[in-house]
Design a protein around this ligand. Sequence first.
Ligand code: K2U
Ligand code: ZN
Length: 175
Amino acid sequence: MALREIIILPDKQLRLISKPVAEVTTEIRKLADDMFESMYDAPGIGLAAIQVAEPVRLITMDLVRKEGNGKSEPRAFINPEIISASDEMNVYEEGCLSIPEYYADVERPARVRIRFTDLDGNVKEEDADGLFATCIQHEIDHLNGVLFIDHLSMLKRRMVVKKFEKAAKHGIKYV
Ligand code: K2U
Ligand code: ZN
């Protein structure tokens, strides 16, 4: 396993549309391992491969692990798709490892049904609600070059982008 650098706004790679994974290879499994290590180190509860500059449709997630609770439930989602979504919406204060120290309320469907391939190559379907629904939608957005700030008003989005463009210009690194 290796720690990978998480890219930060305004890195243009965050706007790429990630490519489908054709086969679950050793390289994909190694990338997933690196993503888990980088996600836990951040710390975060989800991570999309594009956030470590790998434009492939791979997500890692662990909604269980908390500092010191000794539990974890690492999950990987390859080529995830939302196949249905509830009309009922849910608001969650979201953050993003690629937009550090900025949080905002985002409204998303409260429940989604997803189809994905796991690291053993099995195609699965699963219902998600609560934080799982929010997180998987946030991560699938990343695979499509969409950031949670894109769900905010243009004014708020422009303010955030301007702040991170200014920080990048002055070489301010978020650690
Ligand atoms: O994609 C990412 O940047 C990972 C996020 C996933 C996430 C965003 C919003 C809501 C839930 C999950 C990171 O884990 S950011 C850390 C975090 C954790 C819990 C709630 C909000 C943000
Ligand atoms: Zn994010």
